[in-house]
Design a protein around this ligand. Structure first.
Ligand code: NAD
Ligand code: LMR
Length: 333
């Protein structure tokens, strides 16, 4: 048996975590031969609820669940963490503007970035789920000058999986038959679900679907899926978000299948003309615990406009919180 790895999760008493933690403990994220230590972090007033979740985890008697520790602060919760899943965030309250949400979360993610910098394992891999995920990832990474920004990512795998599921449902294919889906940009309604490289049983997906459907139905459906679920369920997506977290982390750590492309929110290095310094969803492949942007994809004018619209939104989000960011160090690029 391998040595256990430490997985820190914030927002551990919340809805996403109520699916996520059980999947991690069952070995779905790190592999069926990898024991895990769960370091669960919550707000002080949520510790009792968190204790209830920990009791249930214990009661599942998972063979791979080595230890559970509970923390009411990130400084303790991130100690030695190999993986940090930043799920907890302040939700948008009544009358709150998007910019208020950005600023409120900036303080939370700045503290979390500092705590990762000071206490996590030097090779920690970080996934930001809490919204606005891309800009929260930027804030956390900029507050962790001793870690590489490449250790920070944000979740757009849910959007990727949604695009795949919706295409499968429309075309009658199974999701196993579908490849080459790409999500570009922000985890928001400006994201661009791109089917130009997508395939169904190895053939171009756009040969199977109507362009009008792609442009007028598919793209807005994926972009607005989160809101549609809130409308229908009265709560934001939770089980599907947990599945996406597991999928992203598993692929990052254990590698993508040969030829497979996935979508991850990562710090832009200027690829595809996207401004450096924002967290942007790109098509990537993973191996040896690292991800690489898939290069040389043909981006036509239709796509280019959409890539830029989402980039613009991220630059605007960045401008709102720019004054709260620490000065860039040599390491932050
Ligand atoms: P939830 O409200 O059920 O749970 C969030 C938990 O986080 C709460 O228990 C809260 O006490 C805790 N929390 C808040 N601030 C914290 C902090 N500073 N430290 C530790 N814990 C903290 O929400 P949820 O449904 O689990 O969703 C969590 C977040 O994920 C939300 O921001 C949501 O918008 C976002 N989300 C992102 C995606 C994505 O694809 N990126 C998808 C779905 C949801
Ligand atoms: C989702 O995509 O389901 C969530 O990000 C929606 C939200 O606003 O919580």
């Amino acid at each position: 048996m391998r040595r256990p790895v430490r997985v820190a999760v914030t927002g551990a008493a919340g809805a996403i975590s109520y699916s996520l933690l059980f999947k991690i403990a069952a070995g779905e994220m790190m592999g069926k031969d990898q024991p895990v230590i769960l370091q669960l972090v919550e707000m002080p007033q949520m510790m009792e609820k968190l204790l209830g979740v920990a009791m249930e985890l214990m009661d599942c008697a998972y063979p791979l669940l080595h230890t559970i520790t509970l923390h009411d602060n990130v400084e303790d919760g991130f100690k030695g963490a190999h993986y940090a899943l930043l799920v907890g965030a302040k939700p948008r309250g009544p009358g709150m503007e998007r910019s208020d949400l950005l600023v409120e979360n900036a303080a939370i993610f700045a503290r979390q970035g500092k705590a990762l910098n000071d206490f996590a394992n030097r090779d920690v891999k970080v996934l930001v789920v809490g919204n606005p995920a891309n800009t929260n990832a930027l804030i956390a990474s900029r507050n962790a000058p001793d870690l590489s920004p490449s250790q920070f990512t944000c979740l757009t795998r849910l959007d990727h999986n949604r695009a795949k599921g919706i295409l499968a449902n429309h075309s009658g294919a199974t999701t196993r038959d579908i490849g080459g889906i790409m999500i570009w940009g922000n985890h928001s309604t400006t994201q661009y679900p791109d089917l130009h490289q997508a395939t169904i049983i190895g053939k171009p997906a756009l040969d199977f679907v109507d362009m009008d459907w792609y442009r007028d139905e598919f793209i807005p459906k994926v972009q607005k899926r989160g809101g549609e679920i809130i409308q229908a369920r009265g709560q934001s997506s939770a089980a599907s978000a947990a599945q996406a977290v597991v999928d992203q982390m598993r692929d990052w750590v254990l590698g993508t299948e040969p030829g497979e492309i996935i979508s991850m929110g990562i710090l832009s290095d200027g690829s595809y003309g996207i401004a450096k310094g924002v967290f942007y969803s790109f098509p990537v492949r993973c191996n040896y615990g690292r991800y690489q942007i898939v290069q040389d994809i043909d981006v036509n004018e239709f796509s280019r406009q959409r890539l830029q619209a989402s980039e613009q939104e991220l630059l605007e989000e960045k401008a709102v919180i720019e004054h709260l960011l620490p000065k860039e160090t040599e390491h932050s690029h």
